[in-house]
Design a protein around this ligand. Structure first.
Ligand code: GTP
Ligand code: MG
Length: 204
């Protein structure tokens, strides 16, 4: 899929205030600093569409981006950011879980995983929660440029093995590097394929 237009639409903390249009939507979620915003910039070929920072906790709102006038990408705050207060964490969690539970336009979540780390409890729990709430998701391994190709392969295989301890099958998995622009065609192709399948169905 070629990205012809990518425009920021709106930021907010309330799912009720998200764009009231029947367009398919894909949300990027994962631990703080895993590279959600960078990935959105890489996929859309825009340097500053989503805000990126080396310090965790940069994205604090639900951000909608309209792509090619016919689908939305959503950048979300990260979970597991230790430096926000407990109260703030609860508020964050509430609006993120609300978003996932209530957003009818959501077609699939992409759970981002730092390829360098072994499976983290918080990510596994979040996937479990998505499963319990019947929210489809795919996995995106980020920062592949930080490892040698063999280590990339090994870590992905280990991750899949870990998932198979609790899941019957592994979700679609993508290996990406935002700095090297890797994995772009695969992720966009996947989204395109789903968009074409649901084109004729009424969403929401
Ligand atoms: P929050 O909004 O804070 O939850 O973070 P985020 O998940 O949106 O991460 P963000 O895109 O802001 O990136 C965090 C840091 O990781 C930044 O310093 C990025 O430059 C860096 N980063 C993101 N993706 C990659 C990648 O593919 N390779 C490398 N080497 N660095 C990356
Ligand atoms: Mg971000």
């Amino acid at each position: 899929m070629k990205i012809k237009t990518a425009d920021f639409v709106v930021s907010n903390t309330k799912v009720e205030k998200c764009p009231d249009v029947k367009l398919p939507e894909y949300a990027f979620i994962g631990r703080s600093n895993v590279g959600k915003s960078s990935l959105i910039n890489m996929l859309t070929d825009r340097k500053k569409l989503a805000m990126v920072s080396g310090r965790p906790g940069k994205t604090r709102l639900i951000n909608h981006f309209l792509i090619n006038q016919n689908w939305h990408l959503v950048d979300l705050p990260g979970y597991g950011y230790a430096r926000v207060s407990k109260r703030e964490k609860k508020v964050f969690q509430k609006f993120i879980t609300d978003y996932f539970k209530k957003r009818k336009q959501l077609v699939s979540a992409f759970v981002l995983i730092d390829i360098r780390l072994e499976a983290q409890k918080i990510d596994l729990e979040f996937m479990q929660w998505l499963g319990e709430n019947a929210i489809p998701f795919a996995l995106i391994f980020t920062k592949a440029d930080k490892l040698k190709p063999n280590a990339v392969k090994r870590n992905v295989e280990e991750y899949k093995t870990k998932l198979l301890e609790t899941w019957e099958a592994v979700p679609p998995c993508f290996i990406t590097s935002s700095s090297k622009k890797e994995g772009k065609d695969e992720v966009l192709g996947y989204i395109d394929q789903i968009n074409q399948q649901i084109n004729f169905k009424v969403i929401a």
